[in-house]
Write a protein that binds this ligand. Structure first.
Ligand code: FAD
Length: 383
């Protein structure tokens, strides 16, 4: 990483944001298409992120991390996603797990797992969704039974980001179906434990760099010491970080849209048609002008929600507005950026098709678009 005089004179947060931006451009841009083409987890990117201090962003310094605030985190991820959304989202899942262990883990769990998560020797994953259960997360069926000083896990998880290579799995399990969401507990399971079976990575239309798959648990024995959150706390803990997670998806969407808009503007400035530049046609200019307005609005909504979180307020509705608007605006805007570039816009070398595929996936992450509307209308119609 380069430390110019200019960056050294900035506030530490601003300097870290610039460093992350610089890192993404130098380290990710040359290989981003490779992970898509080879349909595999972006291992080199994760290892490089770890060497550049991007794997302990929510862990306090006493455990070797950095503990940055929601605004700085959103900015860093926005810059990374502008180059590669998959790497950015993979880092979100990893950092969230490390942060949760630092905040809520026992002294033993912290000392066992935080050093590896922070230095990146251990890759983390969050396992809530199941093949038959998504939005209605309280209905998960993976079971945990007590047996002596151990728990036995049986069931299957789906859509595990980082799952194809993760070493540490944060598994949400039902301990007593009659208790509903209050029966859900969380276990930290080492992926090489007996009874853990990784399924192959999903074949998707994009987003392969985040190594998403299903993971099966068959009579997997987990010691009591690995119970991360007991039955009454598992589900509420999963929901606690959801506002920040939505803000981060929103910020990452803004990063992809900004990158697409820059690509399109640059292209139409240089493409000749009918005796002039495409950029001189008012129809083309207005299309990109509308994308710019949406990007501005998405960015404002995102950082308004991030500011509320940083100030300790309730960002539920603001985060839902931001995520819904930014993900929609990004998918639509990227398609328009491709449109003004004609057929060339769909060439992989321009990254627009990769961002467009990722933008479709953002509609499901951390609560589908419709679930954002559930949050928004609950507030709208509250009496
Ligand atoms: C690339 C990718 C990575 C992911 N990574 C993870 C991960 O690391 N860990 C993890 O646990 N999960 C992960 N997920 C899963 C994600 O959280 C779920 O996709 C999401 O919760 C939605 O669930 P579902 O896809 O099963 O859709 P469903 O819940 O089956 O919903 C289907 C449709 O019905 C709509 N719907 C559902 N309920 C309502 C309602 N009340 N009102 C109106 N409409 C409704 C939904 O919006 C959706 O359009 C990932 C998903 C993707 C695509």
């Amino acid at each position: 990483m380069n430390f110019t005089e200019e960056t050294l004179s900035r506030a530490p947060g601003e300097q870290r944001i610039l460093e992350a931006k610089d890192w993404a451009i130098k380290e990710l841009a040359p290989t981003a298409e490779t992970w898509e083409r080879e349909r595999r987890f972006a291992r080199e990117a994760f290892d490089s992120a770890a060497s550049n201090g991007l794997t302990g962003l929510l862990v306090p310094e006493e455990y070797g991390g950095k503990q940055i605030d929601s605004i700085e985190l959103a900015k860093i991820l926005e810059h990374i996603a502008a180059v590669d959304f998959s790497v950015a989202f993979s880092l979100v899942c990893h950092n969230n797990l490390a942060g949760a262990i630092a905040r809520k883990g026992s002294t033993e769990l912290k000392s066992r797992f935080l050093p590896g998560l922070v230095n990146g020797k251990v890759l983390g994953a969050f396992l809530l969704t199941e093949p038959k259960v998504g939005s209605d997360a309280a209905a998960i069926e993976l079971q945990a039974h007590r047996d002596g000083g151990e728990w036995i896990l049986n069931g299957e998880k789906a859509w595990v980001t980082n799952g194809t290579e993760a070493n540490l799995l944060s598994v949400y399990a039902q301990t007593d179906p009659s208790e509903g969401h209050r029966g859900i507990a969380t276990f930290l399971v080492e992926a090489d434990s007996e009874g853990v079976q990784r399924l192959p990575g999903y074949e998707l239309f994009g987003g392969h760099g985040m190594g998403t798959n299903g993971i099966r648990f068959e009579n997997c024995r987990v010691p009591d010491a690995n119970l991360f959150l007991p039955p009454s706390r598992g589900f509420s803990a999963a929901m606690e970080g959801i506002d920040l997670a939505r803000v981060l998806v929103s910020a990452m969407s803004c990063g992809m849209l900004r990158s697409g808009l820059e690509t399109a503007v640059n292209y139409v400035l240089n493409r000749q048609a009918f005796g002039g530049r495409l950029a001189d046609l008012q129809g083309i200019r207005f299309m990109l002008g509308d994308v710019a307005t949406d990007l501005e609005a998405a960015t404002l909504l995102t950082y308004e929600a991030a500011n509320i979180i940083a100030a300790g307020g309730n960002a539920g509705v603001a985060a839902a507005h931001a995520k819904k608007f930014s993900t929609r605006a990004t998918e639509k805007g990227l398609a328009e950026c491709m449109q003004v570039m004609g057929a060339n816009g769909s060439l992989r070398e321009h990254s627009l098709s990769r961002h467009l595929a990722a933008s479709r996936l953002t509609h499901y992450l951390d609560g589908a678009t419709e679930i954002q509307n559930v949050v928004i209308t609950r507030d709208l119609f509250s009496e």
